[in-house]
Write a protein that binds this ligand. Structure first.
Ligand code: IPE
Ligand code: IPE
Ligand code: MG
Length: 251
């Protein structure tokens, strides 16, 4: 494992990694266990991903933990996921502090059970001055809902004359997203073999490199993340330019 980590070029790290942590249910099913067993084991992979990012110096990690669409799952599964969120926050606070990690959330947090909201609020408050890594949990998050809210809030400002219609640009839109304080995503990883975005960060992923792996989330460990980063480092990000322009960037 150390050798994989050593291969990573520290000067070319993705600044912001976002992960769709998928495949917990299938992981459990494969072992003849109930789906929630997968979610419970998925928590260990969350810890590994956070530690891996902190170890190598990635600044932003965003994890898709619960989507707006996930509210349509069986009640018992939702209940377990919410309980798991509360217990994990309680358990991990110490290690977030120790590793200088700041917790942030995106999504319709008010829709979460009261207990989860309280716990989140507390951890966000206690870690707000930490600087090494910003960990963002996407909870009750849907990108389309986020964009609808942006349009509503900007329209309101225009109607109230706090903002001129001509002033609306990409920066203004950025500043109204849940992710206003975060940079664009550089690397988006999805586990479990599904190749779709599932309503995650549609605006923010505009120029992200996408990495799909068949590994199910509970099996995704530090070395899997290092592999994804190595793959990312072998790509050429052109942002619409030509390869020649990119090669001559320092001339
Ligand atoms: C991802 O795993 C976690 C959440 C959506 C909360 P899944 O629960 O979607 O696992 P699969 O896709 O059914 O295997
Ligand atoms: C996306 O996974 C949401 C999270 C990982 C939290 P899903 O498993 O809910 O996605 P779909 O519905 O299969 O696309
Ligand atoms: Mg899934």
């Amino acid at each position: 494992m150390e050798s994989l980590k050593a291969k990573i070029n520290k000067t070319k790290l993705p600044n912001h990694i976002a992960i769709i942590m998928d495949g917990n249910g299938r992981w459990a099913k494969k072992q003849g266990k109930p789906r929630v067993f997968g979610h419970k084991n998925g928590v260990n992979s969350v810890r590994e991903a956070i530690e891996a990012c902190a170890e190598i110096g990635v600044n932003y990690l965003t994890l898709y933990a619960f989507s707006t669409e996930n509210w349509n799952r069986p009640k018992i599964e939702i209940k377990t996921l919410m309980a798991l969120l509360v217990s994990s926050l309680r358990k991990e606070l110490k290690s977030l502090q120790k590793n200088d990690i700041k917790l942030n959330t995106i999504g319709n947090i008010k829709q979460l059970p009261e207990k989860a909201q309280k716990e989140l609020e507390e951890v966000v408050k206690k870690t707000k001055n930490n600087k090494t890594l910003t960990l963002t949990l996407a909870l009750s998050y849907g990108s389309r809902e986020e964009i609808v809210n942006v349009i509503k809030n900007i329209s309101k400002k225009v109607v109230n004359k706090q903002l001129k219609f001509e002033e609306i640009d990409e920066k203004i839109i950025n500043n109204h997203l849940y992710t206003f304080s975060l940079p664009d995503v550089d690397l988006m990883i999805r586990t479990s073999g599904e190749k779709r975005i599932s309503n995650f960060l549609l605006w923010q992923l505009a120029y992200a490199e996408l990495y799909f792996t068949n590994t199910l989330w509970p099996d995704f460990k530090k070395e899997n993340l290092f592999n994804a980063i190595l793959d990312y480092q072998n790509r050429e990000r052109r942002f619409g330019k030509t390869s020649e322009q990119i090669e001559n960037i320092n001339e």
